[in-house]
Ligand binder design. Structure first.
Ligand code: NAD
Length: 418
């Protein structure tokens, strides 16, 4: 997270922006601006050389009005209490906009995982799982992967929890490997919901996806799968980037070939089919039909936003636009489709994983993709309907209106606990 925006303040600002288009009292809204609880813990873990190191870790449970808390666990040196609180709040609205029966949570450990061996990471993860044990459970709080965590860490957490609880409860965590109770379609889910949102956005705006020019920032899980699936719709992926820089070809790339090159060399740079190579900022300001930021938070700030020329932006990353960038683009001709819908494929297929775990009945990939398509297109329709009905300044505010209303309805129907 960059220095310029405190993510927790950004979250609160987004809620205030949406409140202007809703009939919700200030006191109910105030509830939605703060987490219900935050666990802060210090893990003391034995290193390979016998020494003991202490790691700060957090789990924020933001709101559980619509169901158990749900959200990932990240390993990053920049993890902080405020970042975890903000990310857990965004999960509340992400699960609400796609209408899956969850609240929002998020956790993290302040660590650069590259500095530790696999056995150290396993002990660190199991230590965190032990601390989390009283707070999580398939009906309480269900963690998942986030930055620098994946199937391996999820499998360790599941195993630690099940061992300590003397049970089998694979639904305590999602994003597991298939053999440990994971779901088909989970790996592609975020890229797939990005493609579905882009497809629906072009349809809504009466634009042709066939032949549309597309730039994708970030070529990791979300970005590369989005590029592949958008290419399959007939679009021209003319530019992609990763942390090494950007590559461009006016006729478009085959994203699979670029991925093979990245697998072989470690980056997209140097891809032989590229006409030009340039910086990441240049990619973000290309005159394309569709821009997909799929790398980091705050990739586009207020200054850069003035140079964005894409007609449609579909946010695969979490928070790629600063609030200033949002304001600049709201006053422009660019349509921005917000992260809480676009990248909700990940949490939606996590939800399918949890349903399958609880039923001990596993679906085909085809069924997963069909159910995901239904959820994303229904959420998209609800979003544009609200955008038109409320006169909200942009799709993000409209998305918050839909999501906040769902949380408020659940709260008001249940009543307030004294
Ligand atoms: P990843 O680590 O697989 O990929 C990140 C990519 O971004 C890498 O290719 C990296 O080289 C690139 N990158 C880093 N810095 C860059 C820069 N300055 N310019 C251009 N590229 C840069 O991560 P991911 O899982 O694809 O996640 C990407 C974003 O999507 C994150 O914001 C994440 O929170 C969000 N997201 C991912 C998922 C998921 O299921 N993977 C779900 C929801 C949201």
């Amino acid at each position: 997270m960059s220095e310029q925006a405190n993510p927790f303040e950004s979250l609160q600002e987004q809620i205030d922006d949406a409140s202007a288009y809703m009939d919700v009292s200030d006191d109910v809204l105030e509830r939605l601006k703060h987490p219900e609880r935050v666990l802060e813990t210090n893990l003391s873990v034995e290193m390979d050389d016998g020494s003991v190191e202490v790691f700060k870790a957090f789990r924020s449970q933001f709101n559980g009005d619509r169901g158990p808390y749900k959200g990932g666990i990240r390993y990053h040196p920049g993890v902080s209490r405020d970042e975890v609180k903000a990310l857990s709040g965004w999960m509340v609205y992400k699960t609400a906009i796609v209408d899956i029966p969850y609240g929002g949570g998020k956790g993290g450990i302040v660590i650069d995982p590259d500095d530790y061996s696999e056995s150290e990471l396993e002990r660190i993860t199991r230590s965190f799982a032990k601390e989390l044990r009283p707070f999580v459970g398939e009906d309480r709080d269900i963690p998942a992967p986030d930055v620098n965590t994946g199937q391996r860490e999820m499998n360790w957490i599941k195993d630690t929890y099940e061992t300590l609880e003397n049970t089998t409860e694979p639904g305590v965590i999602t994003g597991k490997a298939l053999d440990s109770g994971g779901s088909e379609g989970r790996v592609e889910a975020t890229g797939r919901s990005t493609m579905l949102t882009a497809r629906e956005a072009f349809d809504y705006l009466d634009r042709e996806m066939e032949g549309a020019s597309v730039a994708v920032q970030g070529y990791g899980n979300a970005g590369w799968i989005a590029a592949k699936l958008i290419h399959e719709l007939g679009a021209n992926v003319v530019a992609v980037s990763d942390s090494s820089g950007a590559i461009y070809n006016d006729d478009g790339f085959d994203p699979r070939d670029v991925k093979d090159h990245k697998n072989e060399t470690g980056s997209v740079s140097g891809y032989p089919g590229a006409d030009e190579e340039f910086s990441n900022d240049d990619l973000l300001t290309l005159d394309v039909d569709l821009l997909v930021p799929a790398a980091l938070e705050n990739a586009i700030d207020g200054d850069l936003a003035g140079d964005v020329k894409a007609d449609v932006v579909v946010e695969a990353a979490n928070g790629p636009l600063t609030p200033e960038a949002d304001d600049v683009l709201a006053d422009s001709d660019t349509y921005v489709f917000p992260d809480i819908l676009t990248n909700a494929g990940g949490v939606t297929v996590s939800y399918f994983e949890w349903v399958q775990n609880r039923q001990r009945f596993y679906w085909t990939e085809e069924r997963v993709n069909e159910e995901l398509e239904r959820i994303i297109t229904d959420a998209f329709d609800e979003l544009v309907e609200t955008y038109e009905e409320t006169g909200a300044p942009n799709m993000r505010t409209a998305a918050y209106v839909v999501a906040i209303q769902r949380v408020v309805d659940a709260y008001e129907e249940s009543g307030n606990w004294p």
